[in-house]
Design a protein around this ligand. Structure first.
Ligand code: SF4
Ligand code: SF4
Length: 201
């Protein structure tokens, strides 16, 4: 049996000296509660994450870096930008850490600090948002093909076996499906943008 720790082994992170300043800041800036301080470094998140292969650090590693006060390394990591908010890790985390919400916080902090260095990451994020606005949900096949065609066309052939495997196991569909309440969702998103515009204006 493959254990989750084997998928994201804790030994990949060197022993770090604790400095909770950054962790506390990220926690305070996360909407609601983050429960970041409850992370036990089990590695379930990285083992559950469909995007972890493209991440500089798995969520577990990133949280260890936050705990060690590694501000610049944490905010430069492409991990929050590669996160597609699928919530696989969130529902599996034994400590109920609000992983996806923390990723949003880190994106905001990285923009503020002008520290994100993966120029394709914001575009990946925007493509995901565009798809949610259009279909009401993520569309992994379209997201991956659009992103790789645009930024890494030479890597596409190596992605084919994984894509075919996901399609054959019905873990991914080849055509997008709109949610039933798409009109209502669009109205909510439109209103949210207006409110956001008001608060920034
Ligand atoms: S965030 Fe949750 S799943 Fe990830 S390492 Fe921490 S406790 Fe484990
Ligand atoms: S929410 Fe983000 S970090 Fe968690 S499994 Fe999904 S892509 Fe990975």
């Amino acid at each position: 049996m493959v254990t989750l720790q084997a998928l994201d082994p804790p030994k990949a992170v060197p022993k770090l000296i604790e400095d909770l300043t950054l962790l506390d800041e990220v926690s305070a800036r996360t909407a609601g509660v983050s429960r970041l301080e409850m992370c036990i470094q089990c590695g379930t998140c990285g083992g559950s994450c469909p995007s972890s292969a493209d991440m500089d650090h798995t969520p577990r590693m990133l949280f260890a870096m936050l705990r060690a006060g590694m501000r610049e390394d944490s905010l430069k990591s492409n991990t929050p930008w590669i996160c597609v908010s699928c919530y696989h890790c969130v529902v599996r985390c034994p400590q109920n850490v609000h992983i996806a919400d923390v990723m949003y916080t880190l994106k905001g902090m990285a923009i503020e600090a002008k520290l994100f260095r993966d120029s394709t990451a914001p575009d990946f994020s925007q493509t995901f948002v565009d798809m949610v606005e259009e279909y009401g949900r993520g569309f992994e096949f379209g997201l991956a093909t659009r992103h790789y065609l645009k930024h890494f066309p030479l890597r596409l052939p190596s992605m084919a076996p994984m894509g075919l495997g996901l399609l054959s196991k019905k873990r991914m569909t080849i055509t997008p499906k709109r949610i039933k309440g798409i009109k209502q969702l669009k109205a909510i998103l439109k209103r949210a943008k207006e409110v956001e515009g008001d608060s920034h204006g």
